[in-house]
Design a protein around this ligand. Sequence first.
Ligand SMILES: Cc1cc2nc3c(=O)[nH]c(=O)nc-3n(C[C@H](O)[C@H](O)[C@H](O)COP(=O)(O)O)c2cc1C
Length: 345
Amino acid sequence: MLGASGVEMTIAVSEAGGMGALAAGALTPDDIVEQSAAIRQRTAAPFSVNLLVVRPAAPDGATVAAAMERLRPWRERLGLEAPPTPNSFAPDFDDQFAALLRAAPPVASFAFDLLSRPQVEALQARGTLVVGTATTVAEARAWAALGVDAICAQGGEAGGHRGEFLKPGPGSLIGTMALTANIHAVVDLPVIAAGGIMNGRGVAAVLALGAAAAQMGTAFLLSDEATISAAWRDRIETVGDDPTVVTRAFTGRNARGIDNGFIRDMRQDEDHVPAYPVQNRLTRELRAAAAEAGESEMLSLWAGQGVSLARAGSAGDLVQRWWEEARAASREVHERTHGRGDLRR
Ligand SMILES: Cc1cc2nc3c(=O)[nH]c(=O)nc-3n(C[C@H](O)[C@H](O)[C@H](O)COP(=O)(O)O)c2cc1C
C-alpha cells in the first residue's frame, strides 16, 4: 500500500504467516534493491514487491497550467505558493523494473497495466513468481495470456487506486464476490481475492469462492506499522457510517477513499483533470501540506468499503487473529451446511 505501508509492515505480515507486500511504486531503483535486501535480512519468510506499471507522461504546458489553476483555491486555503512545473511526473518504470530484477523477490505483483511477455519471463527466470492485478475477467485473461503465475482479482470494494487498465470506469467496478468467482471459473491460475476483506470471515468467504488467498489492504490501515498521517488515521477511526467513494480528482486515476470536501468540490471537474501520474504529481504538495495541517477535507483518505471494520493492533497479531477467525467461520459454515447450525446466529 503506497503511502500507507513500508518495510516494517511487510516483515510483520510475512513473519506472522501472511505474505507481506512492499509498496515500491514510488521507490527509486536503489531503494527497491535496498529495501528488498533489508526485508530478506530480517525474515526468511516469502514476501512480495509491488510495482505500478506507469507509462512516461509528457503533458503539454496548457494542460498542466489548467490543472494547476483548478487547484489554486486549495493551495490558497493552505497558504501554499504555486510550485514550479515538475520536470518528471513519476519514477521511470523501466528503471524500477531493472532494479526489481536485481532484487529478485520471491513474488512481484503489478497493477495499472500489463507487463510485456519478456518482462514476465525475465522475472520468472530469476525465480520470482508474477502476479497481475485484474478488475475484470477480460483483464484477468490478458494477464493469463502473458504466462503470469497468479491473478489478483481486485473487486470494486477495494480501497486505494483501482488496477483497471482495459476499460476504466463503472464497468470495472465489479464486486469481489462476482469477480473472484468469474475469474476462478475461466482462468486456470490461482486467484488472490481483494476488496472488502476485513477479517477472518471475509478470508473464509473468498476461500469458499475458490480463491487461493485473500489480499487485504484497508484492514491494515490502523495497524501499528501503517505509515498514514494522523489526520487520515483519525478519519478512519471516526468514519462511522460515512461512505467511501471512487474519485479521479486527486490523482487522475480512479481510487476509492472516504468522501470529503475536495472530492465533492472537484466532482464537476474530475473528468477533466489530467490522467495519472500527472494529476497525482500536481496534487502532491497539496496533500502533503493538508496532512501536515491535519486538514482531512483536502487529504486523499484512501480506504475501501469495509473501512469501519478496521481495527488497531500490530499487523502480525491482526494476521494471526484473522486466520483464527477464518478457521472458526469455516467450522461454522461446515456445521450449517451439515444441518447442525443454529440459524438464528
Ligand atoms: C491506502 C492504500 C494504498 C494502496 N496502494 C496500492 C499499491 O501501491 N499497489 C497496489 O497494487 N495496490 C494498492 N492498493 C490496493 C490493494 O492492493 C488492495 O487491492 C486493496 O486494498 C484491497 O481492498 P481493501 O482495501 O478493501 O482490503 C492500496 C490500497 C490502499 C487502501
